[in-house]
Design a protein around this ligand. Structure first.
Ligand SMILES: [Ca+2]
Length: 84
């Protein structure tokens, strides 16, 4: 589990190239390269909608807390699937 948390953090830092938040393109790259299995049915439009939904401070970027919201959301839907 520690490894999984480290992977989540490292993935963000790598994708943002050390910046505090991910631009839209960087977010798309992260989703398609790291979440391709979970979000395989999503096209670019869905990713755009999702990044807008995540963007709680409306700065057009996905910050770390917003990214964690996505991870939490995905974890919830995975656990829903597991118990269904
Ligand atoms: Ca934001």
């Amino acid at each position: 589990m520690e490894g999984a948390i480290q992977a989540v953090v490292k993935t963000f830092l790598k994708s943002s190239k050390g910046k505090e938040s991910l631009g839209k393109k960087e977010f798309q790259t992260l989703v398609s390269s790291q979440l391709g299995n979970i979000l395989s049915s999503n096209c670019c439009e869905a990713i755009n909608t999702m990044s807008q939904g995540l963007d709680s401070d409306s700065d057009g970027k996905v910050g770390f807390e917003e990214y964690m919201k996505l991870i939490g959301y995905l974890a919830c839907s995975l656990s829903d699937n597991a118990t269904a």
